[in-house]
Design a protein around this ligand. Structure first.
Ligand code: DP6
Length: 357
């Protein structure tokens, strides 16, 4: 059931009770309408700019975490296959953080299954780390509200901070100023950077997702954003314009003005890709078919259908439109790009499966 963007279920709250039998959580991906691109602190995952997204009702990730007393390593299974290399290391590093906060040492058995293709610029790390944050915090007995869960998820993957919430969410970059003398600067920075829900007016949006290429991307978004920040002469200009975009986006959402939301989202995303194209060496996620879909979106607009494109770290194009136009937009995209499409609406925030609450 799509969630009405104005009527979100309460965010998840963890009571601090550890679940020795383990816990399972479900989270959905989110697509940013004002993008996160560039970290000012890699370890704490602190971004340069605020970002704003819509959580989807498709492609959920389900993750279970069970403590494994006596084991000397974590065992991580990703879509039925034992995770090795970078993916496994990121999950273990995340669990180390949870263990440190919980003051516990047990290793864990983690099973995660994505219904979205992993690593294809379809936000699998957002749903993945949001589900892992909720499941692991519950299993190890952390007491956290939605803000705390968002901060925790952020440490796994920046965009995951937003998937803790349903509907629309803004992730605040936070500040570097350590004004609170009782706390160290790092804690102050960590506390200030989390997502929160965004109030929206009467808006019934759909995202038509053109599944152009669902294979893993050649350059990870982590590496691509690092290279962009370090080498692209356009990065600072985009970051400045993105701050202005966020102000306009919030206003457009409050008024339920889909055309304004779409215009800001499209220019913000194309600007982000411009920064990457100017990186050295260039990062190019757009494929010829991505450009074909961008042309289709322009044609739809000329024909009077409000449709706007956004693209993440991959070639797949997501088209924002009214729910009532989703069939027409899907048909146009499918015809132009000969690709499968998925239609998403606003979805719920990350939560424990009913039996684990
Ligand atoms: C283009 O959240 O995957 O989707 O924090 O390095 O894990 P890390 O990056 P990630 O980057 C997402 C980038 C984006 C834009 C967005 O979701 O805001």
């Amino acid at each position: 059931m799509p969630v009405d963007a104005g009527k979100l279920p309460d965010a998840q709250l963890l009571d601090g009770r550890s679940r020795d039998g383990g816990a399972t959580a479900v989270a959905h991906p989110n697509i940013a309408l004002v993008k996160y691109w560039g970290k000012r602190d890699e370890r704490l995952v602190l971004p340069y700019t605020d970002s704003l997204s819509m959580t989807l009702d498709v492609f959920p990730t389900t993750t279970s975490v069970r403590l494994s007393p006596g084991a000397t390593t974590d065992e991580v299974t990703l879509n039925g296959v034992l995770a090795e290399g970078e993916a496994g290391r990121r999950i273990t590093a995340f669990l180390d953080l949870v263990r440190e906060r919980a003051g516990r040492a047990e290793r864990a058995v983690v099973c995660t299954s994505n219904t979205v293709p992993t690593g294809a610029g379809l936000a699998s790390s957002a749903s993945g780390f949001a589900a892992l944050a909720v499941a692991s915090a519950a299993a190890y007995g952390l007491r956290l509200d939605a803000t705390g869960l968002s901060r925790l998820a952020r440490r796994g993957s920046g965009s995951a901070s937003r998937s803790i919430f349903g509907g629309f969410a803004v992730w605040r970059a936070g500040t570097d100023a350590g004004t609170d003398t009782d706390r160290d600067a790092e804690t102050v920075m960590d506390l200030a950077s989390h997502a929160e829900p965004v109030p929206v007016g009467d808006l019934a949006p759909a995202l038509v997702i053109a599944l152009l290429d669902t294979g893993p991307k050649a350059v990870s978004s982590r590496e691509a954003m690092r290279r962009t920040v370090e080498t692209s002469p356009l990065y600072r200009a985009w970051a400045a314009s993105s701050r202005a975009d966020l102000v306009e986006m919030r206003e457009a959402l409050r008024h339920g003005d889909l055309a304004a939301v779409g215009e800001v989202a499209e220019r913000n995303a194309l600007g982000m890709h411009a920064t990457m194209l100017a990186a050295r060496p260039a990062v190019r996620y757009l494929s010829p078919t991505s450009v074909t879909v961008l042309d289709t979106v322009l044609r739809l607009r000329r024909d009077g259908v409000p449709a706007y494109a956004t693209i993440d770290a991959g070639p797949n194009v997501k088209v924002l439109c009214r729910s009532s136009d989703a069939d027409q937009v899907s048909a146009a995209v499918r015809a132009a790009a000969s690709c499968p499409v998925a239609v998403a609406h606003c979805g719920p925030g990350a939560r424990l499966q009913t039996g684990d609450r």
